[in-house]
Design a protein around this ligand. Structure first.
Ligand SMILES: C[S@@+](CC[C@H](N)C(=O)[O-])C[C@H]1O[C@@H](n2cnc3c(N)ncnc32)[C@H](O)[C@@H]1O
Length: 263
């Protein structure tokens, strides 16, 4: 088990080994005949009329900020290199020019008692997506069970700000959960699962997702105190694990987070 936040993902010695993008190709299904489509309508730029909301929502602006204008601040949270060169990172405005360690330290005061786990049985490309979403929702930690290597393309470097733990087995994850007073909630569309739409999620919660190929393993299902499923209405058996994780994390956010503390 190891912490991942606060260090460069490509620093030597990281227990969770990030891998460079080589997305596994999904088996292709025979293409169905498509209906002729009209032209794609252009999206109108929002211009100045973007309404109230976080500054991150403004459109048409170059990403980030340029060099700090005027006299330089001496707050130790600021990074002299970013003050001098500008900050083009994908961080919220509140953290502009901040050192990464200072951002992680601040996030540690904002994190929710929500953890997420994902079984990494087949080099799952969804893990990066899940890490990024977990970062956005200030999840306490992401747990990767099984293989150490994971495809970090979808994480968009958010793994640098997120605590990551590795567990060789579900038993190890279950030990962590017991030690930290977390209830494991399996998320899968298996028999006996409660509908996520009406279920109540525990506050101290570890949402556990299965691998894209196999779903939650039998040990994972046994470790879960309850299992929830996301209602589907179409023909596909399941949705993408990264999407399912986003939906489930947001269900917890709706139930337990304070919207007033969002950016
Ligand atoms: C692609 S699914 C595979 C397994 C699925 N049980 C099946 O029957 O094919 C991979 C993972 O995405 C999540 N998932 C996908 N669809 C879901 C749904 N409708 N409800 C809950 N979780 C879902 C679960 O964590 C699942 O283990």
């Amino acid at each position: 088990m190891s912490e991942g936040a606060g260090r460069d993902a490509d620093e030597p010695g990281d227990a969770i080994e990030p891998t460079e993008p080589t997305e596994p190709t999904e088996p292709t299904e025979p293409t169905e005949p498509t209906e002729p489509k009209g032209p794609i309508e252009p999206v109108e730029p929002a211009g100045d009329d973007v309404g109230a909301g976080p500054t991150e929502w403004a459109q048409g602006q170059p990403a980030g900020v340029g060099p700090w204008p005027g006299a330089l601040p001496d707050d130790p949270r600021y990074d002299p290199a970013l003050l001098a060169a500008g900050d083009r990172r994908n961080v919220v405005d509140a953290y502009r020019y901040w050192r990464r360690e200072a951002i992680v330290a601040d996030l540690d005061h904002r994190r929710h008692p929500l953890h997420v786990g994902i079984e990494n049985l087949g080099y799952d490309y969804n893990i990066g997506t899940i890490v990024r979403t977990a970062n956005a929702f200030a999840v306490a930690a992401v747990h990767i069970i099984g293989r150490r290597r994971w495809n970090r393309r979808g994480a968009m470097v958010t793994d640098r700000y997120q605590h990551l733990h590795h567990h060789d087995t579900v038993d190890s994850l279950a030990g962590f959960a017991a030690e930290h007073d977390l209830l494991i909630v399996g998320v899968d569309n298996t028999a006996g699962a409660l509908p996520l739409e009406t279920a109540r999620l525990p506050r101290n919660c570890l949402l556990l997702f299965g691998s894209e190929s196999a779903g939650l393993s039998p040990p994972a299902l046994r470790a879960a105190a309850m299992t929830v499923s996301i209602a589907q209405f179409g023909s596909t058996r399941s949705i993408n694990a990264g999407v399912a994780a986003g939906i489930a994390m947001h269900a917890w956010i709706r139930e337990h987070a304070d919207p007033g503390s969002a950016w």
